[in-house]
Design a protein around this ligand. Structure first.
Ligand SMILES: Cc1c2[nH]c(c1CCC(=O)O)Cc1[nH]c(c(CCC(=O)O)c1C)Cc1[nH]c(c(CCC(=O)O)c1C)Cc1[nH]c(c(C)c1CCC(=O)O)C2
Length: 362
């Protein structure tokens, strides 16, 4: 591991481990992105995956939101779909449409066409280089989060070939070809474990796993085709980092829409359970407190379309609902491209002021 500057602001790390904080840390999913004009300027000159693959550009857009507001963490600029690319699939990012796979996995026979055991350092070395460079540039300002997509969410894109409301093709695999689906999920799990461990070796100080399409599975299908893989990722990443003598890093799971699985997720090795805005904070708190898990979330991103005063009062209520121990404030999903950066700034500042008020009056 490289030598990097010590952390000046470790609120995010302490909150993730349910330790005492002076104020609640806050960041936003998709905090780097199209809602920032400086991001759009970079994108006007470079294709999406060129930004991901060029460490200087990925580092620049990672740092952009931190120049505007007092965020307590950075997240490396990349995409979950770099894993399917590393397995040999072509992915294009089409403006206005999102990701497109020109040749999705049409049937389980197509699994043979994948590079099933990719050399992660070779195929994804550009991500590790971007992480190293960003850690240097951050100079200890705030922690840098690495991430990956969860196996089911990746499978959903690989089979459906792009975004979908139902991911019915991928879900048909689960019932028509459960064994082949499990083989694909196993392969994605193994690659993800290596990918996440190497992100930490490169300098990532926390990891988030995105199971963005948990909600369309339902509890019994989730229990079979998502949870075991999520659990294995957390257990193995922790074990391998500890075997390498690397200090523990917080692991966050964001299983969007998995209301039915908060209890099961709290029994895995993740340190933080991230809630979307439709999830009940009180219930999640009760379940997760028993397991000493921290929570992340969960303001409705659409709330940022409201006026600044309304944003501040909704944020204050959110901070009170979660409590000031074991909470990382965030949105319940990513920033939308037409949101006003000043409104995100109002959210960030309100998290800080509302939590300081509670802590100082205790
Ligand atoms: C499902 C998913 C993807 N990518 C990601 C997820 C999981 C989170 C979630 O549920 O939203 C994760 C992701 N994608 C991106 C980041 C960067 C870091 C950050 O959060 O700031 C992260 C963490 C950049 C991005 N990834 C994408 C953009 C916008 C594309 C552009 O710049 O043209 C960005 C900034 C594109 C993308 N990438 C993906 C989709 C479906 C889309 C199209 C939708 C959209 O346009 O927002 C796949």
């Amino acid at each position: 591991m490289c030598d990097f500057a010590p952390l000046k602001n470790d609120l995010f790390i302490r909150a993730a481990f349910c330790e005492k904080v002076e104020r609640t840390p806050v960041w936003a999913m998709r905090q780097a992105g199209r809602y920032l004009k400086e991001f759009q300027e970079v994108r006007a000159k470079h294709d999406f995956f060129t930004v991901c693959r060029t460490p200087e550009l990925a580092c620049e857009v990672t740092l952009q939101p931190l120049r505007r507001m007092e965020l307590d963490a950075a997240i490396i600029f990349s995409d979950i779909l770099v894993i399917p690319q590393a397995l040999g699939m072509e992915v294009q990012m089409v403006p206005g449409k999102g990701p497109v796979f020109p040749k999705p996995l049409a049937n389980p026979e197509d699994l043979k066409t994948l590079n099933q055991t990719p050399d992660v350092d070779k195929e994804l070395g550009y991500v590790f280089d971007a992480i190293k460079l960003t850690r240097q540039k951050l100079d200890g300002k705030v922690p840098l989060i690495g991430f990956s997509g969860a196996p089911w969410t990746l499978m959903a894109y690989m089979v459906d070939g792009g975004s979908s409301a139902t991911f019915s093709k991928a879900r048909s695999w689960l019932f028509r070809s459960p064994n082949e689906s499990k083989a694909l999920l196993d392969m994605l799990t193994d690659t993800t474990i290596k990918y996440l461990v190497n992100q930490v070796r490169a300098g990532a100080q926390a990891l988030q796993v995105f199971e963005s399409h948990a909600g369309i599975l339902g509890s019994s299908t989730f229990a079979k085709f998502s949870l075991p893989y999520l659990a294995k990722i957390a257990t193995q990443v922790k074990k391998q980092l500890s075997d390498l003598g690397i200090q523990r890093v917080p692991l966050i799971i964001f299983a969007k829409g998995a209301h039915y699985a908060i209890e099961e997720l709290s029994a895995t090795d993740y340190d933080v359970i991230s809630l979307d805005w439709t999830m009940d904070v009180k219930r999640a708190r009760e379940i997760c407190a028993k397991k000493s898990k921290a929570l992340q979330g969960n303001l409705d991103p659409a709330m940022l379309y409201a006026g600044v005063d309304e944003i501040c009062s909704a944020t204050k209520k959110m901070v009170e609902d979660f409590g000031v121990t074991g909470h990382i404030a965030n949105l319940g999903h990513g920033m939308y491209p037409d949101l006003d950066p000043e409104h995100l700034k109002a959210f960030v500042n309100s998290v800080h002021s509302a939590s300081e008020e509670i802590i100082n009056s205790a």
